[in-house]
Design a protein around this ligand. Sequence first.
Ligand SMILES: [Zn+2]
Length: 260
Amino acid sequence: MVPEKAQGIVVRTYPYSETSCIATIFTREFGKLRALAKGAWRPKNAFDSALDLLSICQVLVLRRSSGGLDLLTEASLERRFRVGRSLAGFHGGMYLAELLDALTAEADPQPEMFDAVETALITLSADSDEWSSASAPVAVLAAELALLQAGGHGPAVGRCGACGVRLEPTGRTAFGMLDGGALCTNCRRGKRGLVSVSVAGTAALRAAAARAVGRKDRDITIEGRVLGELRAVMNTYVSHTLGRRLNSARHLSNGTSQHL
Ligand SMILES: [Zn+2]
């Protein structure tokens, strides 16, 4: 068996023995894999800091064909995630890692999910020139929408999630947590789990969804109050989609992003 090369994002690590760990790595080439890294927690090892949480790395992996753990033979750091100027960036990164893990099965490549999280991690890392406290929650929202869309769970924003009719962006929008997002006047009747999203919130959600599908040139700013509203909507929507609440969701900034 020959080790295969992949680019990966470290989404989770846990101890396997005193000196080894198991890393959950979302690779661009093979999707999510769980691999044993022997000796990774020895002072000198073949992985250096490449297996730190949220690192983007190059890995060499021996893949098992019949279940079981893969074996990581080498990992080299491509981009370290740095927590520097704000906790908002770190919490955002942790949230995206947990969401990525929750939405994906092992060995199911989803390159668009990889790209969305990689782009967000670069923005969120204090190491980046692109970093600013205001851009962190927007980067999380855009990546979150991209992940949901790629996984077939994207909420409807510009059209009714039930009948598909185009929605005018002029009034408050009914957003169905159990019905795939925005709903028109006809379809919202009798529905449970509805919230009403403000005009500004609806517009921001549309802009973030457009950015999520790759129109990166459309840089958007969303004011803190609106981000707080959308954070509440998305936390509930994701909980309904996954059937559980993500641990890291409660640490997400409410949009003011000035904590620390
Ligand atoms: Zn409808």
